[in-house]
Design a protein around this ligand. Structure first.
Ligand SMILES: [Zn+2]
Length: 270
């Protein structure tokens, strides 16, 4: 038997096997509502809770390694404040405040809808803890709905990292969410994350599953940037966006332009 015959037999055997990891009613996704919360740096933890302070774990979250801390903070702006805000651990490299659109109204800030980790155009808030105040300019976003999944899940669903999905959630008041970003990484556990505004809109109940009903025909996500210069590296961090709105006069490097063209991202100036 030559190598070609061997590989065609292997392919035939593989094709005859049932799809591993694929439940019969694939694809259904557990849905979790994320309450408003903050991610802190170690520096912020010490400023808010005292020198040498560390986050203490109250309970583990669905994503491996992530936890809800015992500590809480208050969000404060010139227009308002929200107390008892959850702190998630472990500490990160940047402070990130994730609020709902309703919270943003209460705080009088214009927080962009962005994927976690993208703080471009994020709003300014101050955090208050028992030991002090931590100013966090450019930290507050409304997190875009997303689905964490492993590579095996992604194969099962036929989606790739960064795809914009359509997911139906709820029963009596079901809502189909558009532009739900697929986040594929083997460190993740399968879960769709929406905020409380979204959860209330579809009357989310504990244990509800979302149904993946397809992908968005066009990626309608957009991000407003305030940068003066967009480099290739910056452009690569934005490929999940469908449209990017730049300030007039922003310089795009040729490599950054190539990234946007290749990813079919629309660019507009304001
Ligand atoms: Zn998440």
């Amino acid at each position: 038997m030559n190598e070609m015959q061997m590989s065609s037999i292997v392919e035939a055997v593989l094709a005859s096997l049932p799809q591993r990891d694929c439940p019969a009613d694939c694809p259904r996704i557990p849905v979790e509502a994320s309450a408003r919360h903050v991610h802190l740096t170690q520096q912020a933890v010490e400023k808010l809770f005292g020198p040498g302070a560390a986050l203490t774990k109250k309970r583990a979250l669905s994503q491996p390694g992530e936890f809800l801390a015992e500590q809480r903070v208050k969000l404060v702006t010139a227009a308002g404040e929200i107390g008892l805000v959850a702190v998630l651990g472990p500490v990160r490299g940047a402070v990130q405040v994730e609020i709902s659109s309703t919270d943003a109204c209460a705080l009088g800030v214009n927080a962009p809808i962005c994927l976690s980790g993208d703080l471009t155009g994020a709003a300014d808030v101050a955090l208050v803890g028992p030991a002090g105040v931590y100013e966090a300019p450019g930290s507050a976003i409304v997190a875009q709905a997303h689905v964490h999944m492993t590579q095996a899940d992604a194969r099962c669903f036929g989606v790739s990292d960064g795809d914009a999905l359509r997911v139906r959630v709820g029963a009596a008041r079901a809502v189909t969410f558009e532009n739900v970003l697929a986040r594929v990484n083997d460190r993740f556990a399968l879960a769709m994350h929406i905020d409380f505004d979204e959860a209330n809109a579809c009357a989310l109940a504990p244990g509800d599953m979302g149904q993946l009903i397809g992908q968005c025909a066009a990626n309608n996500t957009q991000c407003i940037l305030d940068e003066k210069l967009i480099t290739e590296e910056k452009a690569k961090s934005l490929i999940s966006q469908g449209k990017i709105i730049l300030r007039k006069g922003t310089i795009l490097t040729p490599a950054a332009k190539d990234v946007f063209t290749h990813a079919k991202i629309e660019i507009a100036f304001r």
